[in-house]
Design a protein around this ligand. Structure first.
Ligand code: HXC
Ligand code: NAP
Length: 292
């Protein structure tokens, strides 16, 4: 058994309709593909209709499933309302929302204009709010059980320099996840989040690991497991959280990062750099100091 293999063999998402924002590219595309393999009807949405249509036909070819491509800018309430209407028109019902769309780029914060800061907040935080409110109100009115999964980041909890608008927005999304997990449990709507570590995608790497910085960042070295994530690993986790197997999971944020964030947090983790032979001398010294 390989970690890069699909986890579920049965159609565990059969009879479910799941909307995936940012579903035309990157991780959203990978999760959408797996949801489709598991029997779900999937609605993929973002701003670029041609990208979505191409992805939809490629997924259908691979899985034989129903994929609907809908252009929607999650920052715009009317677009999101139309997304809900088109989903219902096509599939009659909707059971899950995966808030995955995002915008991000690295920059020293003092170089950002208010507009640059705002554009990230609008996509990530306002976009997630727009989708959650629109779909949530529909589910509450129809008394439909549902599940919402929000893709955040590990720095939603820790914060991080050089991606401050994204950290603020993802932190807000995490707060919303935990808040509504409690408030809307009475409507049988579950809220959870996944915090991925580095999973290479074109969209993220162009903006966060640009060519001039590639050698300086050396992401793998920061990760205790010394590798990046495989898309299927994230898709496996997302499929579980969206499925009825996770019915008792509510308000959770699941980190999947090879131990990356803890590597930076543990005070003595830097001792990884000490070569083995040096430990003999260190041990000898510590023992010799006993009682002195
Ligand atoms: C400083 C910048 C800038 C930069 C743009 N701006 N790029 N400022 N440094 N590198 C400023 C502009 O000057 C402008 O402000 C304002 O931002 C908006 O610029 P626009 O030209 O309107 O925006 P544009 O560059 O077209 O769009 C930015 C974007 C775009 C919205 C973020 O890249 C996008 O659509 N991204 C979607 C996909 C994406 O980002 N995927 C990565 C997600 S990865 P002024 O005031 O000058 O007009 C992710 C991973 C997290 O989240 C964790 C990884 C481990
Ligand atoms: P990506 O391919 O760039 O995905 C971002 C998606 O969001 C794109 O499909 C984009 O499509 C869509 N989008 C952007 N603005 C939008 C808007 N206003 N309305 C609707 N859709 C919009 O990057 P990714 O790496 O797969 O990222 C996916 C998610 O994972 C993001 O939430 C990101 O923060 C998170 N994440 C990624 C990593 C990683 O290592 N890759 C790590 C941690 C978290 P359009 O441009 O067509 O609109």
């Amino acid at each position: 058994m390989q970690y890069s293999e699909p986890m579920f063999k049965d159609k565990v998402l059969k009879n479910k309709t799941i909307v995936v924002t940012g579903g035309g590219t990157g991780l959203g595309r990978s999760m959408s593909t797996y949801f489709s393999k598991l029997g779900a009807n999937v609605v993929i949405t973002s701003r670029k209709l041609e990208v979505l249509q191409k992805t939809a036909s490629e997924i259908t070819e691979e899985t034989g499933g129903n994929i609907l491509a809908v252009a929607c800018d999650v920052r715009k309430e009317d677009d999101v309302q139309a997304l809900l209407s088109q989903t219902l028109e096509e599939f009659g019902t909707v059971n899950g929302l995966l808030n995955n769309a995002a915008g991000n780029f690295i920059s020293p914060t003092e170089r950002l204009s208010p507009k640059a800061f705002g554009i990230i907040l609008d996509i990530v935080l306002k976009g997630t709010i727009n989708c959650t409110l629109t779909f949530g109100k529909h589910w509450i009115e129809k008394k439909s059980p549902a599940t919402v999964l929000n893709i955040v980041t590990t720095y939603a909890t820790t914060g991080s320099g050089f991606v401050v608008p994204s950290a603020c927005a993802k932190g807000g999304v995490l707060a919303m996840t935990r808040s509504l997990a409690v408030e809307w449990a009475k409507y049988n709507i579950r809220f959870n989040a996944i915090a991925p570590g580095p999973f290479p995608t074109k969209g993220a790497w162009e903006r966060l690991v640009p060519q001039p910085l590639k050698d300086k960042i050396a992401l793998e070295k920061r990760i205790p497991l010394k590798r990046m994530g495989e898309h299927q690993e994230l898709a496996n986790l997302a499929a579980y959280v969206m499925s009825d197997f996770a019915s008792y999971m509510n308000g959770e944020v699941i980190t999947i990062d090879g131990g990356e964030w803890l590597q930076g947090a543990g005070q003595f983790n830097g001792l990884e750099a000490v070569p083995d032979p040096m430990w003999d001398a260190i041990e000898q010294y510590i023992r010799s100091q006993k009682g002195s």
